[in-house]
Design a protein around this ligand. Structure first.
Ligand code: THU
Length: 160
């Protein structure tokens, strides 16, 4: 028997003020998008904004549906649109903010497993890391230098 240990490294910042201006701006786009989420069933609002290599910022939010599984998370809404509109551009980084409606959330909320899987596909495709910055609604921000960092031992096309 052999034991494997898988680690991931996360940087935690106490507030947005500790981050460079371009990251603050990206998170502001995510915060704006969050407030426009369509989440009448969960009342859990998520906003995501990503920066492309051509300088474009694309944002998205969660879109729920009465047929629950037909809805989509904010991160996938943003990245699917970004790659459909700008298939040749690289995705440099994504900012994510999440929390229940009308509630302050100071714990960083990480992207769900389904979004990590969707995001990592583009990271591999472009052969460049996508930085992730994620937070609740206020306060601390967590930073991962890549998607793979928070999705080790990936299921990807290499096994197909
Ligand atoms: N949600 C996201 O938008 N992103 C995530 O990474 C996790 C969950 C959404 C899906 C659903 O609309 C609501 O949050 C509650 O799960």
């Amino acid at each position: 028997m052999k034991k494997l240990k898988i680690e991931c490294n996360i940087n935690v910042f106490e507030s947005l003020d500790e981050l460079p201006k371009n990251i603050q701006k990206l998170m502001h786009h995510a915060q704006e998008a969050r407030l426009k989420a369509h989440a009448p069933y969960s009342n859990f609002l998520v906003g995501a904004a990503l920066e492309l290599s051509n300088g474009e910022i694309i944002s998205g939010n969660n879109q729920e549906n009465a047929a629950y599984p037909s809805g989509l998370c904010a991160e996938r809404t943003a990245i699917f649109y970004a790659h459909s509109k700008f298939p040749k551009e690289k995705i440099l980084r994504m900012a994510i903010t999440a929390g229940s409606k009308n509630k302050k959330e100071t714990t960083p909320i990480p992207p769900c497993g389904g979004c990590r899987q969707a995001l990592v596909e583009y990271e591999q495709l472009q052969d460049n890391s996508i930085e992730l910055y994620f937070m609740g609604t206020d306060g601390r921000i967590a930073h991962s230098s890549s998607v793979e960092n928070i999705l080790p031992w990936i299921f990807d096309k290499s096994v197909l």
